[in-house]
Design a binder for this molecule. Structure first.
Ligand SMILES: [Fe+2]
Ligand SMILES: [Fe+2]
Length: 335
């Protein structure tokens, strides 16, 4: 077992490094002197670190690839304001030689408790069709339950860590629950809930997340909106096929309800240029879109502020939002 004692967030300029990391990215290039070198990004659960290999590059090409576990010996230096490690030696490790938990960022919340919370929302639903659809997807499919507890919500933008998708969905559903009371005259709470549960459910197959998060082939070619709609379609057919006894009243899922659920999934990115084939055309779809946007931004910006190392009240430039963020006391104290 190679014990991990050095974590990326604690590394400083001129530190000697001898620690296992996970390779997030690697590429080889040719330097100005005509010699090959490698650019890498190492990661552990505390952060990411750029790396350079200048020597023995040919021995590492093909081996030092994404998802590889490596023991890195080298030196930390600051180059153009960013930390990087100049690698002197790389040793390849097997999964059983390390504790994978040290390398993969997780939600601070417990997956099983989050899932239990999700199921209490399911249990509180009233409409027999919407409720049966939530149950058949969230309560009765072991593959979905297992993946939903582990999947991140994204590669980088928000909730980009293990169990991030579930954290995001439970957070959204809590807000939708409050809004359904606030606007009780005009909103269908059960439909809103399905929007919260299923808007991103395609991500459990859109992304691969055994180690480094990446898009799957299906994710790249189809994407989570259409994948979510396909899942709903398949599960509704499953519900309709239970004839003895009938799983849903009348044995047929009402066409209009089916279209509304699919619409909430397809419209949740809000605009055509953000990947939605339809803009929101009902209040529930509009609200799911807006709360999804809100929840992902709160998470993305809060984590950006918390991770920022710039001294003082202002963060470094956030490229997604093209602005600097003010650091409140909670962010300053953490440093
Ligand atoms: Fe989405
Ligand atoms: Fe989302």
């Amino acid at each position: 077992m190679v014990k991990k004692t050095q974590f990326i967030k604690d590394l400083k300029d001129k530190d000697t490094i001898d620690s296992p990391f996970l390779i997030k990215f690697s590429a080889s290039a040719i330097g100005k002197n005509g010699k090959p070198y490698m650019n890498l990004i190492f990661m552990d659960k505390s952060g990411e670190l750029e790396g350079r290999i200048w020597e023995d590059v040919t021995t590492y090409v093909g081996q030092a690839v994404r998802d590889a576990l490596v023991r890195v010996e080298g030196r930390c230096q600051t180059y153009q304001g960013r930390r990087q490690v100049v690698v002197q030696r790389l040793q390849f490790l097997r999964e059983d030689e390390v504790d994978l938990k040290d390398f993969i960022l997780e939600s601070e919340l417990d997956a099983d408790s989050l899932y239990a919370q999700l199921l209490t929302y399911v249990d509180s639903m009233q409409d027999p069709y919407y409720k049966a659809l939530a149950e058949v997807i969230l309560k009765e499919d072991p593959e979905i339950m297992d993946r939903f507890k582990r999947a991140p919500a994204a590669k980088t933008m928000h909730h980009a860590y293990r169990t991030g998708l579930l954290e995001h969905v439970v957070s959204i559903t809590g807000i939708l629950d409050a809004l359904s009371k606030h606007y009780s005259k005009v909103l269908d709470r059960d439909l809103l809930f399905l929007g919260g549960f299923f808007h991103d459910i395609g991500k459990i197959w859109e992304l691969s997340y055994e180690r480094v998060t990446d898009y799957t082939l299906e994710g790249k070619l189809i994407g989570h909106l259409v994948m979510g709609v396909e899942l709903v379609d398949r599960k509704i057919r499953e519900l309709e096929s239970h004839t003895n006894p009938e799983r849903i009243p009348g044995g047929k899922f009402p066409e209009e309800k089916k279209l509304l659920v699919k619409h909430l999934i397809l419209a949740h990115h809000g605009k055509l240029e953000y990947g939605s084939p339809k803009e929101p055309h009902c209040l529930e779809a509009l609200i799911v879109h807006m709360i999804d946007d809100l929840d992902s931004k709160v998470n993305g910006i809060a984590r950006f502020i918390a991770a920022d190392l710039t001294p003082g009240r202002w963060t470094a430039l956030n490229r997604n939002f093209e602005r600097f963020f003010y650091k409140p006391d909670w962010a300053i104290k953490e440093q």
